[in-house]
Write a protein that binds this ligand. Structure first.
Ligand SMILES: *[C@@H]1O[C@H](CO)[C@@H](O)[C@H](O)[C@H]1NC(C)=O
Ligand SMILES: *[C@@H]1O[C@H](CO)[C@@H](O)[C@H](O)[C@H]1NC(C)=O
Ligand SMILES: *[C@@H]1O[C@H](CO)[C@@H](O)[C@H](O)[C@H]1NC(C)=O
Ligand SMILES: *[C@@H]1O[C@H](CO)[C@@H](O)[C@H](O)[C@H]1NC(C)=O
Length: 384
């Protein structure tokens, strides 16, 4: 009994020693497979370095799709398209036989190429759980893009209400989102910039109305941007460009009255004036030209509209008070412009007059001389 027990122990020791020797000769993946990070469209290279490879087979597998890609240097995929003159997948063997690297090359990266890649060495004699194996990761970077459905484009809000401007963006890595006002002004949160996908608008004021810009950036070019407009319900306000306008009468000159309105919904505007002590509506007709300035005016703030009233052929009874009246569902407002008489024509469209009497005399003398000369030439040519 004793002897046989000793024998068994001896056999176990010998077996263990044998196994260690065998294990030492087995292939081994010696380095870590370093993670690869590359933008869409570029080429990724994952390196699996094997010692004692012998005649065992080095396999690359895309774990996320359970797809075997290669066996040693041969591609095991049924579909390995040529794109731009080169195969999508390739395996290159490098280094000496006792320490050989199988480099998996993946070209024209797409988002779905990202994930975990496993390199393993198939050893027939061993159970697959004992095969040497290491995992590397591939990150495919993607430039940011805005998700339109989840991003605010127009926000219509009541004063003093609370709301959010949301900028949803995708990209790998997840982009940083920055809000600014497109006119460079201060944000409701204070400061000129706000970091975060959701810009809160608290206790909304009319001044918070306007265009906001969000930029999504993850250092992969190009960044994405989006504009959002905030419209704040408010009763109209009216301001005038000049509160009094002069013009000379009876000489077919016109006078231009201008007012600037603001409000949401966009107010409708009408004009009135005082006629024999009472207010009288003004209609767009032979006497009056009523216009909304459509060209973008740099002097206008967000939501402002510029209106003009042209009073044609100014007469004595046109010198009175005019009202620019703006109305919307939230209220009404008006501003007054007074028209007064001047002796000379006013404004940019007046007939140009010589600047001084002296110049006038010189010009007329010259004109007389020219006329005389012309007459002489004409007479002379007639006589021929
Ligand atoms: C793999 O090896 C190649 C060649 O040495 C190298 O260019 C590449 O960057 C390596 N890949 C990684 C992920 O380190
Ligand atoms: C705005 O977003 C925050 C979270 O970012 C949320 O707690 C809040 O309820 C939102 N406010 C409104 C008015 O939707
Ligand atoms: C919002 O306005 C109300 C009333 O004006 C005020 O009591 C409250 O403190 C304000 N809240 C914030 C967050 O500013
Ligand atoms: C986001 O901004 C932080 C701070 O500026 C920066 O460290 C980080 O790299 C940025 N992230 C991306 C994806 O660009």
């Amino acid at each position: 009994m004793r002897a046989s027990k000793m024998d068994r122990i001896l056999i176990l020791v010998v077996l263990a020693a044998l196994m260690t020797t065998v294990a030492a000769q087995d292939p081994e993946i010696v380095d870590e497979i370093w993670p690869e990070v590359k933008p869409v469209g570029r080429t990724a290279r994952l390196n699996c370095t094997v010692a004692n490879k012998l005649n065992h087979v080095v396999t690359w597998e895309h774990m996320d799709t359970n797809q075997i890609i290669s066996l040693d240097e041969s591609i095991d995929l049924s579909y390995n398209p040529i794109e731009g003159g080169q195969r999508k997948y390739e395996v290159q063997k490098r280094g000496p036989d006792n320490r050989v690297t199988y480099m998996l090359i993946i070209r024209r990266l797409r988002q779905q190429d990202a994930g975990r890649y496993r390199c393993y060495v198939k050893i027939q004699a061993l159970d697959f759980t004992k095969w040497p194996s290491k995992i590397g990761s591939l990150t495919v970077q993607v430039a940011p893009s805005i998700r339109p459905g989840e991003t605010t484009t127009v926000l219509v809000v009541d004063q003093l209400s609370n709301s959010n401007l949301t900028c949803a963006a995708t990209g790998i890595p997840a982009p940083n989102i920055t809000w600014t006002r497109s006119d460079g002004g201060k944000l409701p949160t204070g400061g000129a910039q706000f970091r975060g996908a959701v810009l809160p608008l608290l206790n909304t004021t009319v001044k918070m109305g306007g265009v906001y810009r969000c930029v999504a950036d993850n250092n992969i070019k190009p960044p994405a941007q989006h504009l959002a407009e905030v419209l704040v319900f408010n009763a109209p306000t009216v301001r005038v460009v000049q509160d009094s306008v002069g013009q000379a009468q009876n000489r077919r000159f016109y006078a231009k009255l201008e007012c600037i309105t603001q409000g949401y919904p966009v107010p409708t505007v009408r004009w009135e004036r005082i006629v024999s002590g009472g207010r009288s509506p003004i209609n767009d007709d032979d006497k009056f030209d009523f216009n909304k300035q459509t060209t973008d005016n740099q002097n206008l703030k967000a939501g402002e509209q510029w209106y003009t009233l042209k009073v044609k052929n100014v007469q004595a009874n046109d010198y009175t008070d005019y009202f620019c009246i703006a109305t919307n569902t939230k209220g009404a407002s008006q501003a007054t412009i007074t028209m007064f008489e001047t002796t000379e024509c006013q404004g940019p469209n007046c007939p140009s007059l010589p600047s001084s009497k002296a110049a006038e005399v010189k010009v007329s003398l010259l004109a007389m001389a020219t006329t005389a000369l012309l007459q002489y030439v004409v007479i002379a040519s007639d006589r021929r």
